[in-house]
Design a protein around this ligand. Structure first.
Ligand code: ADP
Length: 460
């Protein structure tokens, strides 16, 4: 009530001041009472006009955007203006803080590796992050307030949404036809839904690969096992001559050998996949590697091939000796196994113009057709299955080679043409090489490199 009292006091003071002034003016005109009355009325009227002007100014400010300060009037209207402005500013600050919190929250949802999509009570799109937009092929702005099933029509998803039971995620083909999505819906708020999506294409592919791998391993092991059990039965049930018995035992030992090679290769692969990359500070002499590879290849060839070895410097390579030896031996042994008697096999090491080092195993064998080259490093992939098995192959050799070279930061290149032989190259980066003698002059080797470029196909 203090505001009323002060207003009354101001009114009374104005009336008194106006009346007093009117009284003195009226006295000079010999009508002091009338003068006093008029003076009081005029003073009150002036006060009302002033009040109205101040009130109108405040209303004009309130009708506007309130960005500028409220009118700084004295008294009643000034007080109202100040209080209203303070309350507006306080609300603006709170709204600003809420807005900042909301955008931080949306930024966090945007950073999610999974798709997040919010549906309102009518299952219309309220908001989605860019991952969800990419998964469902949506435009976050344009498709706002669109019914989700008008845009995502995958039957499995529509049926899932209709059931209203969202315990398990649903899986369906990505609407863009590029893979598989796994989608989980969660209820929130009052009848709203949160749609979480995940691209599981890679996971599915890995699962399929694992299933294929297990099936392949089982098949590879079952074949020699079947043969072995057949021989065991034969030996147990039939009276064999000494010659027959020796033959059966030889065949049995071949099958056992085959299983042993397979298990050894599988273990090598598992070890390569499960162990950290080889240290970059363990140095292996290229010369020593090559000599070991040559010894093994000659033993396997048993003089049936012309084998040459070429290394033009004393380089060392940073990595794991056993792995590098296994990769090179695999390449050299393949060359021996697939090249017919009288063929030629050249094993070489050289430094390329860009400083990287290259092992080459070149043969004059049957060669490989272009369409097979990209798949050679797949596990159990064989161009000629019976030839591979007959020569003791497991179908895992090039897979091991690829792993080894990649773990050493390098790459495997295959160049081959049917009837013209094959060249397998292992290229290691300059950073993994060092030289005990001054590095060889790469210009000397530039010409050779140009000659082998061309139809080189890099395996994946
Ligand atoms: P495998 O144990 O069957 O030799 P690899 O992974 O070492 O398995 O090789 C995959 C396939 O690539 C082989 O089955 C063979 O068909 C082909 N291959 C590998 N090296 C050569 C080569 N030097 N000449 C011709 N074909 C080859």
């Amino acid at each position: 009530m203090s505001w009323l009292l002060s207003r009354l006091l101001v009114g009374v003071a104005a009336m008194l001041a106006g009346g007093l002034l009117g009284y003195f003016v009226g006295s000079s005109l010999r009508a002091p009472v009338l003068g006093a009355l008029l003076g009081a009325v005029v003073a009150v009227a002036l006060l009302v006009v002033l009040d109205t002007i101040r009130g109108m100014r405040l209303i004009a400010w309130l009708r506007g955007t309130q960005e500028a300060d409220a009118p700084r009037d004295a008294g009643f209207w000034g007080e109202i203006g100040y209080r209203v402005e303070r309350s507006i500013r306080l609300r603006e600050r709170l709204a600003g803080q809420e807005q900042a919190r909301l955008s931080r929250f949306l930024d966090a949802m945007e950073a999610s590796p999974n798709g997040v999509l919010m549906l309102d009570v009518n299952e219309q799109i309220d908001w989605c992050n860019s991952v969800a937009a990419a998964h469902f092929g949506l435009d976050p702005q344009r498709d706002r307030l669109q019914h989700i099933t008008n845009l995502v029509r995958a039957p499995a998803f529509v049926a899932y949404l209709q059931t209203g039971v969202f315990k398990e995620p649903v899986q369906f083909p990505d609407p863009r036809g590029r893979g598989t999505l796994s989608v989980l819906v969660r209820d929130y708020g009052e009848g709203r839904k949160l749609v979480l999506s995940q691209d599981i294409t890679e996971r599915e592919r890995a699962d399929a690969m694992r299933r294929d791998f297990v099936a392949n391993v089982s098949h590879e092991i079952r074949t020699p096992l079947t043969v072995l059990s057949g021989f065991i039965e034969t030996m147990a049930s039939l009276p064999l001559t000494e010659v027959e018995r020796k033959r059966v035992l030889l065949l049995m030992s071949q099958q056992t050998q085959r299983m042993q090679s397979l298990v050894a290769d599988l273990l090598t692969l598992a070890q390569l996949e499960g162990s950290p990359r080889p240290a970059a500070d363990r140095w292996v002499a290229v010369d020593k590697l090559l000599r070991q590879v040559e010894v093994d290849a000659r033993a396997l060839s048993m003089g049936r091939h012309a084998l040459t070895l070429n290394s033009d410097d004393a380089a060392q390579i940073a990595g794991a000796e056993t792995e590098l030896l296994s990769a090179l031996t695999n390449l050299a042994n393949n060359a021996v196994r697939y090249t017919s008697e009288g063929g030629r096999i050249d094993i070489a090491w050289r430094v390329l113009p860009n400083g990287s080092g290259e092992f080459t195993v070149k043969d004059t064998g049957p060669g490989i057709e272009r369409e097979h080259i990209a798949r050679l490093t797949e596990r159990f992939y064989r161009v000629d299955g019976s030839r591979s098995r007959d020569t003791g192959g497991t179908g895992l050799g090039l897979s091991i080679v690829k792993h080894v070279v990649q773990r050493h930061g390098g790459e495997l290149n295959v160049q081959s043409e049917p009837g013209k032989g094959s060249t397998f190259r292992l290229v290691f980066p300059a950073a993994r090489l060092r030289y005990l003698e001054p590095a060889p002059d790469p210009r000397r080797q530039g010409e050779a490199l140009t000659a082998v470029r061309g139809s080189t196909a890099e395996t994946r």
